[in-house]
Design a protein around this ligand. Structure first.
Ligand code: IPE
Ligand code: IPE
Ligand code: MG
Length: 227
């Protein structure tokens, strides 16, 4: 099978990785953010078109305030360290989820990242921030009702109101850290995606591990209900 066009990753295991190093959970989040740079550049070099990364879920607000604040500051840290390099690699960055409800300072940084990378034509890097799939589907249905109050909804219409409406279908979804669940990520979009669950924690998942997963995908046979 050919290269996946759109790969999604549930970047899990930052906290457990940090614990294994005898460090605080935030240390794992910092190294996890750095790893985004490595994987994005390899994805672009491989010729993948879209990489969607689950960075913060609508359920992650349940965590201690100190951990949430640290994560909310990561876009700024990431921008300072890597934005120039990502621009040089022709990477275009956007966000999905209810990210405009994040702290104002985080929203500003995200808007800055979008603006500075908007003309890039290489890999599209989509960061899911304050994203929840059930909330997304409810939002899509409500937008549909507002726009078409007298029509019944169909699949195509619903898809056109999802955050991902402009993106190609997700071919492959990877979850690191050994957990085997979706945790409210892209429930609609993953209906026919290939799934790979990798035991490595996100900060230790290297470019080569990523490439091995892509090779595994290439060996799979997708049938979409046919033969
Ligand atoms: C993923 O790593 C990052 C976020 C959910 C923000 P975790 O923080 O969930 O790390 P573990 O799963 O507790 O090890
Ligand atoms: C999913 O990981 C969310 C992100 C990776 C951002 P979680 O660590 O929040 O998922 P659960 O709680 O183990 O299901
Ligand atoms: Mg986790």
């Amino acid at each position: 099978m050919s290269l996946p066009q759109h790969v999604a990753i549930i970047m899990d295991g930052n906290g457990r990785w940090a614990k294994s190093q005898g460090r605080e959970r935030t240390h794992g989040h910092y190294h996890g953010a750095i790893n985004i740079r490595n994987i994005a550049i390899r994805a672009k070099d491989l010729g993948i078109k879209v990489l969607t990364l689950f960075a913060f879920s609508t359920e992650n607000w349940k965590r201690p305030d100190s951990e949430v604040s640290f994560i909310m500051d990561l876009p700024r840290v990431f921008l300072n360290q890597y934005l120039k390099e990502l621009i040089d690699n022709d990477i275009n960055i956007e966000f999905i989820g209810d990210w405009k409800k994040l702290p104002t300072s985080t929203v500003k940084i995200c808007e800055d990242i979008i603006e500075k990378t908007k003309d890039n034509q290489g890999l599209k890097l989509v960061l899911a921030l304050n994203y929840g799939s059930r909330q997304e589907i409810v939002m899509a249905v409500n937008s549909f009702i507002t726009n078409h109050p007298h029509l019944p909804i169909d699949e195509e219409m619903l898809e056109s109101f999802l955050y991902t409406s402009h993106l190609p279908p997700v071919d492959l979804c990877i979850r690191t850290s050994g957990e085997k669940r979706l945790s409210n990520f892209l429930l609609w979009q993953l209906a026919y995606s290939e799934l790979v669950f990798c035991p490595l924690h996100w900060p230790e998942f290297t470019e080569n591990d990523f490439e091995k997963t892509i090779n595994e995908y290439e060996k799979r046979h997708r049938r979409f209900g046919g033969l």
